[in-house]
Design a protein around this ligand. Structure first.
Ligand code: B12
Ligand code: SF4
Ligand code: SF4
Length: 342
């Protein structure tokens, strides 16, 4: 076995020891040497240069359609976002990790309750996943001191789902999220970019087949085509990233948001591959009790200080106090009280 293969195995073992549920490795091409002009190009071994150009095409198309809405940060330097070698010069491998966030809890379905997306029931994953990834980075440096690395969880200029697919962790489903045969739709992703050449995994195959349940389940028609999401119609965007007020939202979208006050799981919940989902062992994902049954009338008058207290260590801080109250107002508007019993 080559030292590269042994190291790849050791990295995966360490990743699992640190609490990551899925781990895989994707490779980038080393810059090709200048070839004599008569070289037959078809004899050059497959490189995933084609992956970065495919990602560039897809990202560009998405941005040209303005499907990123007001998330202007998505349009900053798209060339860089689609190519990890522009983020870390000389990058040769990506160690991609996933954490299972499925917990065996049922949210409150009563009339006055709002709905919070599953990933935000517990602590903010950015913090604890990044800490573990740093430890994995240290592990790499302790084995090969002269390498460079960068690690990201969500907020870096990396197309994480595509690299997770390249690393064999799962495939991008028609709802545009990564699906895994082991964990269903319930993985959060992170990655280490490194100049170290590592043995890589086979990319995962798309197993969606003729299924289109997620497209049918989307209340707002945000999945405009298989694998193509118009974020401006997506409830996750509207309740987390969008900064406008209640009246700035078209009536149609406001109504279809229903009782969702942070994020949306409709297209994920319906996926048949969730059948194998097992509860996570990560304590950080255990729900804060109120996130399973957020009572809209009680939350409507939340002060800034109460909001800060309630969302300490939670991803729910993202829309800020104003955005969260806007979501509660929309939830209340959409909530039709049951007629009194006669
Ligand atoms: C911007 C963003 C959003 C936006 C836009 C979502 C989106 N689909 O692009 C909004 C705010 C809507 C959002 C919502 C959510 N997000 Co988000 N988001 C991101 C972020 C920061 C960037 C994603 C991105 O690059 N989008 C740009 C588009 C161009 O890329 P793309 O999604 O990869 O889409 C392309 C592929 O699908 C590709 N494609 C792939 N295969 C194929 C096949 C064919 C044939 C074709 C034609 C195309 C194609 O073409 C698409 C372009 O049209 C990532 C973190 C990161 N840095 O990657 C997290 C991330 C994608 N989000 C995540 C999560 C959990 C969510 C939510 C589930 C949260 C929730 N419950 O509310 C929802 C899911 C909504 C949905 N159906 O996608 C996780 C997803 C984990 C996973 N298992 O996939 C990520 C990876 C964060 C993380 N570190 O874990 N998110
Ligand atoms: S998260 Fe909700 S609104 Fe967005 S695509 Fe999925 S089902 Fe549609
Ligand atoms: S619901 Fe069906 S189409 Fe959508 S991601 Fe899952 S398998 Fe693919």
């Amino acid at each position: 076995m080559s030292p590269q293969s042994i190291l790849a195995i050791q990295i995966k073992e360490e990743a699992h020891r640190l609490g990551f549920d899925a781990v895989g490795i994707a490779r980038l091409p080393t810059p090709l040497p200048t070839l004599p002009f008569h070289t037959d190009q078809s004899t050059i071994p497959h490189t995933n240069e084609s992956v970065t150009s495919r990602l560039w095409e897809r990202l560009k198309k998405w941005l040209d359609l303005r499907f990123h809405g007001t998330m202007e940060w998505m349009a900053n330097n798209p060339k860089r976002r689609s190519n990890p070698q522009e983020v870390l010069p000389g990058c040769q491998s990506l160690v991609v990790v996933g954490m299972n966030y499925f917990t065996d809890h049922t949210p409150d379905e009563s009339m006055a309750a709002g709905r919070i997306a599953r990933y935000a029931w517990g602590k903010d994953y950015h913090g604890f996943m990044k800490d573990r990834l740093k430890q994995l980075e240290d592990f790499l440096h302790s084995h090969v001191p002269d390498i460079q690395t960068r690690s990201y969880v969500d907020t870096g200029p990396i197309m994480e789902k595509a690299w997770a697919q390249e690393a064999g962790i799962g495939w991008i489903g028609k709802h545009t999220n990564l699906v895994s045969t082991d964990f269903g739709a319930w993985l959060l992703l992170g990655e280490i970019l490194t100049t170290l050449p590592l043995d890589c995994d086979e990319p995962a195959m798309d197993l969606c087949g003729t299924c289109s349940l997620c497209i049918q389940a989307c209340p707002t028609g945000a999945i405009v085509d298989p694998y193509l999401l118009d974020a401006e119609r997506c409830i996750s965007y509207l309740t987390i990233e969008y900064r406008g007020g209640v009246e700035d939202l078209p009536d149609e979208l406001r109504k279809k948001t229903g009782n969702k006050i942070f994020g949306c799981d409709d297209c994920l919940d319906i996926c048949p591959f969730n059948v194998n989902a097992k509860p996570t062992a990560e304590p950080g994902f255990q729900p804060f009790p109120w996130t399973l049954h957020p009572q809209l009338p009680e939350l409507a008058n939340l002060t800034k200080d109460e909001f800060r207290y309630l969302t300490k260590e939670s991803p729910l801080r993202r829309p800020k106090h104003e955005g969260f109250l806007r979501n509660i107002q929309i939830g209340l508007k959409n909530h039709t009280p049951r007629p009194p019993l006669s």
